[in-house]
Every structure is written in C-alpha cells, then in structure tokens.
Design a protein around this ligand. Sequence first.
Ligand code: ZN
Length: 147
Amino acid sequence: MNDLADLYQEVILDHNRAPRNFRVLPPPSRQANGFNPLCGDKLTVYLELDGDTVRDVAFQGSGCAISKASASLMTEIVKGRTRAESEALYRRFHALVTGGPGDPAGLGKLLAFGGVSEFPIRVKCATLAWHTLRAALDSRQDTVSTE
Ligand code: ZN
C-alpha cells in the first residue's frame, strides 16, 4: 500500500477534497464533456476565451480522486494562459504521467501526478480533464472518451 500512498500525495488529496473552480460557467462559454469508461470518471469542462487566452476555466463532474484532482489543478494552471501554452503544458503533463521523455519544467503542482506513470490504468484518469479541455478549445461538442 506504500506505493498507493505515494500516488495519493497530499496535494492530490487536497484537490480531491476541495476541488478548485468546481462550478459552471454560464453561456456563451464553451464546454466539452469527458468520459473515462475504464474508471467511470465523468466531467464537463467550461471555458471562456478572451481572444487566444483562457480567461476563465471551470469544471463539474464526478470520478476518482485522481481525475478530480487533475481537473482541479488543470483549471488552476491554465487560467490566464494562451492556447499554445496550455497545449505545451498538456504535452509535458502527458509525458510525466506516461513516463515518457519530456521536460517537466513549469508543471508546478502537477508534478504530484508523477507517480501515476507506475499505474498505467490511472493514466486515463489523470489525463481526462486535459483531453476534455482540448475538446473545449477546439469547440468539439461531442463527448470525448479516453477509449
Ligand atoms: Zn479514475
């Protein structure tokens, strides 16, 4: 159980217990739905763009601690960033949780998810919010599935 304890670090527990930006943004904000059938994680990401910059981002949904904490931390880190910066963060985060090569610089608290790379089944929990954010950025309306 030690490995699992490491995985569920304090920062993840905190964001699961008290998710940030856990709310609905009113229209005409963009939104996209994400679903991870492997675990049952479901969430909606709301996005308000100002030109190319994320002016506000929020989410709602239910799922495991990893998916919820990841969504919470994602909303904190992409707010105020440009689309390109958000995309670069996604790629670094993806490399982190899949154990791939990549520069973890600038990931900040997202580094708490480093342990996920040892639990392949949890990768989809950790990346669901990011996939859904990208769908919202692209204005894709249908539900993105990790499968
Ligand atoms: Zn999950």
